[in-house]
Write a protein that binds this ligand. Sequence first.
Ligand SMILES: [Zn+2]
Length: 141
Amino acid sequence: MTDFGHTMRKTLLLFLTLGFYKPFRPKLYLNFKKLDLQCLTDFRAVSWCDHALVDSIPPYNAIVQHFSDELRALLSAHMAVHFTAQDIFETICTQACVGCGEFGPLLDMFTAHRYCNPCVAYSDNSLSMTSDVIEHPGAIL
Ligand SMILES: [Zn+2]
């Protein structure tokens, strides 16, 4: 998480807790591009007005409309605090795997980069393994 995101999260939570954030809403909107996905999603849940305000951010709206499963995965894995909506939007607008340049259908939740199946399966940097490596399915390795 960026320092700015951490500071904004604390400030935003303070405003939400005390209930006097409404006069600052325009200033918050100006800084929405710097907020992480978790912060935007939390802010979106405050009220219908804030819901519409966050949805008016084009990258966040595109993620919600077309990549809701990826957003849900990032939120569930607590990785959404590390990326802005723009980071994920730029990744989903590309098609190439960062490892080989071929089509990359997989989103790495740790780096927000696209990867293809062979790059994930046979990379020394990832902790993945293919099914042919596992001799006993269900065994803890
Ligand atoms: Zn690849």
